[in-house]
Ligand binder design. Structure first.
Ligand SMILES: C[S@@+](CC[C@H](N)C(=O)[O-])C[C@H]1O[C@@H](n2cnc3c(N)ncnc32)[C@H](O)[C@@H]1O
Length: 151
C-alpha cells in the first residue's frame, strides 16, 4: 500500500501539537486545583496588616482551618491580648495559627468562625458569610465585649 507522506506528516504534526496543548492545559488545571489558599496578608484598610481575598470566595466557603492552641490567660500578656480568642472556659485563651489571628474587626463582617475539636486538637474554622470579591479585605466581628473591655 502506498503511503502518502504529504498527508501523514501534517496529521502526525497536528496530533503532536494537540497532545502538547492538552498536556499543558491539564497540568495548568492540576496546578491551580491544588492551590487552596483563599487569602493573603496585606496592608489593611483599617489598621496595620489585614487579610485579603486572593480569589472570589462564595458564601459558605471555608476560607481556612486554623490549628489552635488552648492556653490559660496567665500565658497571655501585653499586645498578645489583642490577638487571642476566648477558650472553652473563663480563663482559657485560644492561640490561633495560620492567618486566623490577623483578621481585623468589622461590625458588618464578611467572615465568621466556629471552633471544631479534631483528633489533633482544636481548630478555628473561618467561613464566608456572603460572596466576597477578589481583593476585598476580610473581617470578622470581635464582638462588643472585645471593644468595651479595651475602650
Ligand atoms: C488581631 S489584630 C488584627 C491585625 C492587626 N491589624 C495587625 O496589623 O497585626 C487586632 C488589632 O487590630 C486593630 N484593629 C482590628 N480591627 C480594627 C478596626 N476595625 N479598626 C481599628 N483597628 C482595628 C486593633 O489595634 C486590634 O488590637
Amino acid at each position: 500500500m502506498e503511503v502518502n507522506l504529504f498527508i501523514i506528516i501534517p496529521i502526525v504534526f497536528a496530533a503532536g501539537i494537540a497532545a502538547g496543548i492538552t498536556t499543558v492545559i491539564f497540568l495548568a488545571f492540576k496546578a491551580s486545583a491544588g492551590k487552596k489558599e483563599f487569602v493573603a496578608i496585606g496592608a489593611s484598610t483599617v489598621s496595620g496588616r489585614g487579610v485579603f481575598a486572593l480569589k472570589k470566595i462564595r458564601e459558605g466557603d471555608i476560607i481556612e482551618r486554623c490549628p489552635a492552641l488552648e492556653v490559660t490567660d496567665k500565658d497571655i500578656g501585653g499586645e498578645l491580648l489583642n490577638y487571642v480568642f476566648y477558650g472553652n472556659n473563663e480563663s482559657a485563651r485560644l492561640v490561633v495559627m495560620g492567618n486566623g489571628m490577623l483578621f481585623n474587626h468589622s461590625s458588618t463582617p464578611n467572615v465568621a468562625y466556629y471552633r471544631e475539636e479534631t483528633g489533633l486538637g482544636p481548630e478555628l474554622v473561618l467561613y464566608a458569610l456572603r460572596n466576597i470579591s477578589k481583593g476585598e479585605e476580610l473581617f470578622y466581628s470581635y464582638g462588643d465585649e472585645w471593644w468595651f473591655t479595651r475602650q
